[in-house]
Design a protein. Structure first.
Length: 214
């Protein structure tokens, strides 16, 4: 049977995968959102991160109104026995995931569920995670877009979140990240910043990525 882990390239999904390691593949689902998704517009960098970890990534484009059924079909197609996700406390997300795996005949693993979000973030940092902020909604956190967060500046980042009354882990979608380094990464890859888009909803970084083989 197959164990898939939901993976956007961000820190929470990767932490969940690490806690349930090993996984057979990552799963990236492309939804139609009313606003741009920092992860979808930076899909190339997410694929690069998965490649640096050494895990295959399945990318599936979902169609509006058919998202649930198409995901169930995909899970069945790959004979998925276990699906791993990185939800922490958003009940609607958990209920949706539970319904999804039940329909697909699989089981759900949510290893971060119910944990303290600040403690999760600090665990990431202490485990030498470094991540780049791809997008942010709140005013102060927008200052972090394009910045790499690690041990050297995590206190500054947490203070930005506090000023915005935002969850430090971004559990409510306050910000989005891509992990550049972690205990799971076997290779280094580089992200090139192309531009930053200032939108009414948020600030989003557009990137490209490559493996330095020169």
């Amino acid at each position: 049977m197959v164990k898939l882990s939901m993976f956007s390239g961000g820190k929470d999904g990767l932490r969940a995968a690490q806690l349930e390691w090993p996984v057979d593949a990552f799963l990236f689902l492309i939804y139609e959102f009313p606003e741009p998704s920092p992860h979808i517009v930076n899909l190339q960098s997410t694929i690069a991160s998965a490649s640096a970890i050494g895990v295959p990534i399945i990318v599936k484009r979902l169609h509006k109104g058919k998202e649930f059924n198409e995901t169930v079909e995909l899970l069945k197609k790959f004979n998925v026995d276990t699906l791993v996700a990185g939800d922490v406390y958003v009940e609607d997300h958990l209920k949706y995931m539970e319904k999804l795996v039940n329909e697909a005949g699989a089981k759900l693993k949510e290893p971060l569920w119910g944990l303290d979000t600040l403690e999760i973030l600090m665990k990431d940092i202490n485990d030498n995670y470094s991540f780049k902020v791809l997008g942010a909604r709140p005013k102060k956190l927008r200052e972090s877009v394009g910045k790499i967060i690690d041990k050297s500046n995590v206190d500054w980042f947490i203070n930005l979140a506090k000023e915005d009354n935002a969850d430090p882990l971004g559990e409510n979608g306050e910000y989005h990240t891509i992990v550049l380094n972690s205990p799971l990464h076997k290779e280094n890859f580089k992200i090139v910043d192309i531009s930053i888009k200032e939108l009414e909803c948020c600030r989003i970084l557009l990137t490209s990525s490559y493996f330095n083989q020169l």
